[in-house]
Design a protein around this ligand. Structure first.
Ligand code: AHR
Length: 542
């Protein structure tokens, strides 16, 4: 059995690893041919507070916790730890996630969910079975389950995004979980919840109908039509229990899947009218196959996610047109990150251990810069993408890493935290005139990737700027087309000389944000410089 599992892991790693569009796949990658003219080049950014793209849904900056490696056990739940509270929750992690302000957390998987029986994880803890999780070949004690997750969410101040098992699980079991969570009393599963000590229903709104069902690595993998029918049936049964649910169907797990977009079309042909959104997943790597290990290309890879969003949205709209449906689906980018180092063999195989250290990617500066670029991509697609999850949150391809004695913040923590803290209100449709460089298969890539947000409620305007130039700083001139802001509140940058620099328990502050000298505004124009290899966040009061 282990051999089959390993093969499955490898299949998965190849498939999820291949997260770039075919056009950008391996091959003849030429070094950047710069169109720049001088060492500190001028870019111009036009901001008009009347020109906006869409309101920002807070769920755009969600995250993800899977029963995988040390994410749950030793990550957020560690009853034996000196750092745990009375529930067994790690207090330091609770504080960190609460301070980040993560609005929604997807749970319990991931690949794990496709073999998960939620009934194993509820009720008296001593009666819960220890099971073999076949997705990651790990042992799960089931000491943390639905009720513990809901309690954790409440303390953190986040919402649950519940994943359902549509692999080995049935529509009936999915509807039973909805009943357990959302019905007040008087039914079999609501009474079980009450017997387990929880009188009030959780009222979980958002649900994922399975996980990556297009992938041959997925437990219960099936054809698109089979899955579309199953999703339709699950959606119907779940809505009989609670008509107010928001449901996300599984889209393609990445642009290099052979069934990319075909899968999405065929699934939606079966369940379009029954769901609210379609999921996208994406993991970007900096391997010879993906980028030729060229940092200039790697830092442009967020643009391929803009394309993935456009293509997937187009398929949704195609099916909508064919069905003459008044409803437009939104997109749930419910797994995204950089991930390529810990994606093979031992890093993916739990060897039948409890809480084995799996997928413990250590992130460097250039990973963090790309994560900043992805934040920009998600923001400028906020008209279509209403929910997205940084995968994952703790220990497993994560911004937060724990040991028995504490935690540290990985490099990618910072751009994610800026999105969470500063991107409020609406996304501005900023126009950027930037020098560019050439990338084979992608054409001209602008050095500067700029997005902006405007919160009339808070009276704040923000800009987020990725400078992809590996060698030079860029001068930026902001043209405020209606009114210039009053005062700079935040001016911070993540940068450094060594793109490969990382944080760790030995050096938790090697890569941290620095203060950027405050931009100066004169009349309707603001000038400042962004360093080479940098991601900058600027915030003004209006
Ligand atoms: O996030 C790690 C894994 O990546 C998830 O379990 C799966 O959905 C994806 O392939």
């Amino acid at each position: 059995m282990a051999a089959i599992l390993r093969r499955r892991f490898l299949q998965q790693s190849m498939a999820v690893g291949a997260g770039i569009s075919a056009e950008l796949a391996p091959g003849r990658w030429l070094p950047a041919q710069s169109t720049k003219a001088s060492p500190a080049m001028a870019a111009r950014v036009y901001v008009d507070t009347k020109r906006t793209i869409a309101p920002i849904d807070r769920n755009l900056f969600g995250s993800f916790l899977e029963h995988l490696g040390r994410a749950i056990y030793q990550g957020i739940y560690d009853p034996g730890s000196k750092l745990a509270d009375a529930n067994g929750f790690r207090k330091d992690v609770l504080e960190e996630v609460r301070a980040l302000g993560v609005p929604i957390v997807r749970y319990p998987g991931g690949n794990f969910v496709s073999g998960y029986n939620w009934l194993d994880g509820v009720g008296p803890k001593q009666g819960r079975p220890k099971v073999l999780d076949k997705a990651w070949n790990s042992l799960d004690s089931n000491q943390f389950g639905t009720d513990e997750f809901m309690a954790w969410c409440k303390i953190v101040g986040t919402l649950p995004l519940m994943g359902l098992n549509l692999g080995t699980g049935s529509s009936e079991q999915a509807a039973a979980l909805v009943e357990y969570c959302n019905v007040e009393k008087g039914t079999q599963w609501s009474e079980l919840r009450r017997k387990n000590g929880i009188a009030e229903p959780y009222k979980v709104k958002n649900w994922c109908l399975g996980n990556e069902m297009d992938g041959p690595w997925q437990i219960g993998h099936m054809t698109a039509t089979q899955y579309g029918l199953k999703a339709q049936d699950a959606a119907r049964q779940m809505r009989y229990v609670d008509p107010s649910l928001t449901l996300v169907a599984c889209g393609s797990s990445g642009p290099l899947m052979p069934t990319y977009l075909e899968w999405d079309r065929e699934v939606l042909e079966q369940c379009y009218e029954y769901v609210d959104a379609l999921s996208l997943h994406r993991y970007i790597g900096n391997t010879p196959a993906e980028t030729g290990r060229d940092s200039g290309k790697f830092l442009a890879m967020n643009l391929t996610m803009d394309r993935q969003i456009a293509e997937t949205g187009a398929v949704c709209d195609y099916v909508r047109g064919r069905m003459r449906s008044p409803k437009q689906l939104w997109l749930s980018f419910d797994e995204w990150n950089v991930w390529y180092r810990k994606r093979n063999g031992d890093d993916m195989n739990g060897r039948e251990k409890e809480a084995p250290p799996l997928l413990e990617e250590v992130y460097n500066l250039e990973d963090a810069l790309l994560v900043g670029g992805i934040i920009n991509t998600l923001l400028r697609n906020a008209d279509r993408v209403k929910l997205a999850c940084l995968a994952q949150l703790v220990n497993v391809i994560a911004p937060i890493m724990t040991s028995a004695n504490g935690l540290y913040r990985q490099t990618i923590y910072y751009p994610y935290s800026w999105g969470l803290q500063m991107a409020r209100g609406e996304v501005l449709n900023v126009l950027t005139d930037s020098p560019s460089y050439e990338i084979t298969g992608m054409g001209k890539v602008p050095y500067l990737d700029v997005t902006g947000t405007l919160s009339k409620e808070d009276g704040k305007v923000c800009l987020f700027i990725l400078n992809r130039d590996l060698a030079d700083a860029h001068e930026v001139e902001l043209v405020w087309e209606d009114a210039a802001p009053a005062r700079v509140i935040t001016s911070t940058v993540l940068t450094g000389n060594d793109l490969k620099a990382t944080n760790g328990f030995d050096a938790p502050k090697r890569v941290v944000p620095q203060e950027l000298s405050k931009p100066v505004t004169s009349g309707e124009r603001t000038k400042f410089e962004v360093p080479a290899r940098s991601y900058t966040a600027l915030q003004w009061s209006l």
